[in-house]
Design a protein around this ligand. Structure first.
Ligand code: HEC
Length: 84
């Protein structure tokens, strides 16, 4: 959620490093699509947290399970929205 790519999920962010991007993106994005994007960003944060716990030779399975959820969130939006 800290990445600039999450701007469209934070339409009420007024300023800061993202500038006018959140408001501009929010103007173009339906609420349902924003919700799908929010889910994806939140899930990506969970993946990042699990991945950061893995030490040398550590068990990657918890992180891979979270990564699988990220990809499902990608697919959910791609199945619903297209640019034409
Ligand atoms: C909130 C909706 C949404 C989410 C979530 C989302 N995408 Fe997309 N994505 C789109 C839309 C809309 C397009 C444009 C599709 C089109 O060409 O019609 C796109 C296009 C793409 C493309 C370009 C495809 C091409 O043919 O050029 C890639 C690559 C991509 N997404 C990857 C991802 C990945 C990886 C994730 C998850 C980490 C993700 N997207 C999550 C909406 C989303």
């Amino acid at each position: 959620m800290a990445s600039s790519g999450a701007a469209a999920c934070k339409p009420n962010a007024k300023s800061g490093e993202l500038g006018d991007m959140p408001a501009m993106m929010a103007h173009h994005m339906p609420d349902e699509m924003r919700a799908l994007g929010l889910t994806m960003h939140e899930q990506a944060s969970k993946f990042a947290q699990e991945a950061s716990k893995i030490g040398p030779g550590g068990d990657m399975r918890p992180a891979l399970a979270e990564l699988s959820q990220v990809v499902q969130a990608c697919n959910a939006c791609h199945a619903a929205y297209r640019l034409d």
